[in-house]
Write a protein that binds this ligand. Structure first.
Ligand SMILES: [Zn+2]
Length: 290
């Protein structure tokens, strides 16, 4: 994918800018056009860069090449800094597929396995990305934070917090561009109460020890103050998915209930676009300190 008409900064430059300003770029997952348009509308309204994420499951539904074409089209037609990331990818083959399709960034997620296996496979992804002739950012994860963007009954089993020592070993051993440690965060929301607390102090320690921009996953449901404390401490990208899924679900349910005889999808789905836009706007204001 070329950046034919897009004349702005690269994602790598924008991440560096975010760090130097002490703000973060929002990363929002999509499964459909409603998600893409809602997210893009919000970013355009506030005039801030944005990253669209598609996980393996979301890519299977949207189409790997379709996702790349849609984001490329928005970026070039609007000359707007919207980028595409292959969120949580569990094999080198799927990382390669996303890079070959033109994604701007990929996440290899080997956090559930042994650290040495995680380092080896992450390194393989980094080496592949470096050889494709354009700048692709590679992110990797260390420390399990649960896998699914959903409403959980309890904190997923095996959740941990990444130590500074492990973080340094992992970053040095892989050569990644972006690092996602476990810092109290978990994916998804909890049905009956607040999520475990985020640990901005650990963010700061890992940021200082590794020197890399950090990525905060699973940011649905956290208060502004603690998210902003993590951003100031070293987070350059913040992921939100579950709150967008809930907004979509509720808007579609309400539209179907309110208009039982309406069958035009574009009429039924318009409230969902607006609902996603509202959530994304609020998060972008939070992350960009607006
Ligand atoms: Zn995540």
């Amino acid at each position: 994918m070329s950046l034919m008409n897009y004349t702005g900064k690269t994602l790598r430059e924008l991440v560096a800018d975010a760090r130097s300003k002490g703000i973060a770029i929002g990363h929002f997952n999509i499964s459909n056009l409603e998600g893409l348009h809602g997210t893009f509308n919000a970013a355009k309204e506030l005039n801030v860069p944005v990253i669209i994420g598609v996980s393996e499951g979301e890519r299977e539904f949207v189409g790997v090449h379709e996702a790349a074409a849609l984001v490329k089209e928005l970026r070039e037609t609007h000359n707007f800094p919207i980028f595409l990331n292959a969120d949580h990818t569990y094999s080198f083959e799927k990382v390669k597929e996303a890079i070959d399709a033109g994604f701007d960034a990929v996440i290899f997620d080997g956090a559930k396995g042994e650290m040495d296996d995680n380092i080896r496979e992450t390194k393989r992804c980094v080496e592949y990305a470096r050889g494709v002739g354009r700048d692709v950012l590679v992110e990797a994860e260390l420390g399990f934070i649960g896998q699914s963007s959903r409403i959980n009954d309890a904190v997923p089993e095996g959740v941990e917090v990444t130590t500074v020592e492990d973080a340094v070993k992992f970053v040095t051993g892989t050569g990644i561009d972006l690092f996602a440690p476990a810092v109290g965060n978990i994916h998804g929301l909890l049905r009956d109460g607040p999520k475990p607390p985020l640990q901005p102090q650990r963010v700061r320690e890992i940021s200082e020890a590794t020197g890399l921009p950090l990525v905060l996953h699973g940011a649905s449901g956290y208060e502004t103050d603690v998210v902003r404390a993590c951003i100031k401490a070293g987070v350059a990208i913040v992921h939100v998915n579950t709150e967008i899924r809930v907004a979509f679900h509720d808007a579609v349910k309400d539209a179907l209930t309110a208009h039982p005889d309406e069958v035009a999808p574009y009429k039924l789905m318009k409230p969902a676009v607006d609902a996603i836009q509202a959530v994304v706007k609020e998060k972008l204001q939070m992350f960009n300190f607006l």
